[in-house]
Design a protein. Sequence first.
Length: 616
Amino acid sequence: MSHIRLTAAQALVRFLAAQWTEIDGARLPLFAGVWAIFGHGNVAGLGEALYGLQDRLPTFRAHNEQGMAHAAIAYAKAQNRRRMMACTTSIGPGALNMVTAAALAHVNRLPVLFLPGDVFASRRPDPVLQQVEDFGDATVSANDCFRPVSRFYDRLQRPEQLLAALPRALQVLTDPADCGPVTLAFCQDVQAEAFDYPESFFAERLWVPRRARADRGELRAATDLLKQAKTPLIIAGGGVHYSGATADLKAFAEAHLIPVAETQAGKSALPYDHPLNLGAIGVTGTSAANGAAERADVILSVGTRLQDFTTGSWALFKQPGRKIIGLNTQVFDAGKHFAQPLVADAREGLAELTTALAGYAAPDAWTRPLAEAKTAWAAEAEAVTRDPKANSLPTDAQVIGAVQRTGTPQDIVVCAAGGLPGELHKLWNAAEPGGYHLEYGFSCMGYEIAGGLGVKLARPDREVIVMVGDGSYLMMNSELATAVMLGLKLTLVVLDNRGFGCINRLQKGTGGAPFNNLLQDTRHETLPEIDFRAHAESLGAKAVKVASLAELEDALRAARQDHRTNVIVIDTDPQISTQAGGHWWDVAVPEVSPRAEVQAAHRTYAEKLGTQTLGA
Ligand SMILES: Cc1ncc(C[n+]2csc(CCOP(=O)(O)OP(=O)(O)O)c2C)c(N)n1
Ligand SMILES: [Mg+2]
């Protein structure tokens, strides 16, 4: 066996560049590149290695480690997990800046390879700059914070350890069920240490996702349930996209005439105007989908985690004796809440189910009124997204209407936190799979701009429109400068309602006094007048502030013709959100309070708790 002498960092980089994927018959590198912010913990080791392999594995420089990790995660999501990126940082602060993003990837089941630098394995210079010292445990380092938010974690303390750690890392990153963040904490001295690696370790490898078929017993049980169903409903989650099963879902729904409702991650699985697509489900759902969910006797949930926003905190499904079938690659999700598990890839599972269900169609008495409910919802959605009366600030819904009116079906809208995700879930008309990119597993403020950058890297041919609130913009905007630097065009619509509008509304909804959310309700000497236009311009974007929805539409049309990153700022009303549709959400209200409003809210809360169908 021939060997090659490389540093551990060189070996790692060479290994990553040898991993391949296949998308629509095209063979592509599995890793599209590495985001890097260097410090003493990685500049000499990984920095030198990345420099040497730039033609095969490009390195991208960002401004904030969390931001670059968001970009990497968004990239993987936009690629339906078929391609991914790595992120390397120095030790200590640089590394820990990625922990929130690791959690985001963990929650959303998205692949990303984290390579934070770590302390010297040899301990020679202890404590090295930025080393966290534990008085009682010398094996603890800052990177231990990644453990609970990584699907696979290892600390590389010997160069030959790569031979075990990297294949395992790749298994996890490419596994449809286990998929999530992998952290390989890379000791600084080990990065630079040489070892004679077998040449075969760097042989090219093609990763084709496993498509698990259903267990026969589970398939029989799921089929028996569906065959009896009088009022069945499909919930489409993100797994439909990751499995590449959108066409299969459409064929399945049409074959058996089962209506479909979509989660945040699942939205755009079916075109919005497909007759069987009832739209968004749950807390931010449409009246059509939620009406169906209330009466559904068998719920086929496909590729969803069933988080509280989807299940209306388990108060949405009201049909006595209703059953859930959990079609999921991951057994953890498939059996949640006493569901009948159907552990399988979405595409394979639907194919097997449709064969077993041959001849079954949901009763006409169930589906016909749902078509009417869909039409009624469309009219409500149209009303709230229309232009406002003169002299009033536009609502989020009306801004969404303007973006939608000037858009094309190929656009990708990106969002994550604030009032917008709920409004978008209800109101955005997603025409094509992948046109709706919402990070709503972690709903992390600050994902939006950096995430948009990752989406644009994955889909350079499509217009990427980032919708972001003033709060999220201020929390993390530095990757706007990266987008400008890389010539990756984004169009940002910044909705400035001068504070945390959605939390202020939630606070009032739970009986609280307006406090510490809108800027006007905070402790301040001076009420901030933040000039988002000037700020965005200072980062290199073309920026404009518009005074009306008509001006917004003009600016959006102009931005579409422009090759540069455009930022369009608009003042919006912080108090108004769409009342149509929606569902109760379990947010714990204080049991005792001197405030009469809180006492009243708690009485309502106690009643609502009684509507949760726990243990069923
Ligand atoms: C990192 C992070 N911190 C806090 C929260 C809780 N949170 C959710 S939305 C929100 C306010 C968002 O403000 P903005 O972006 O202006 O949107 P708006 O609510 O005004 O629509 C907060 C604080 C969060 N989701 N993420
Ligand atoms: Mg705001």
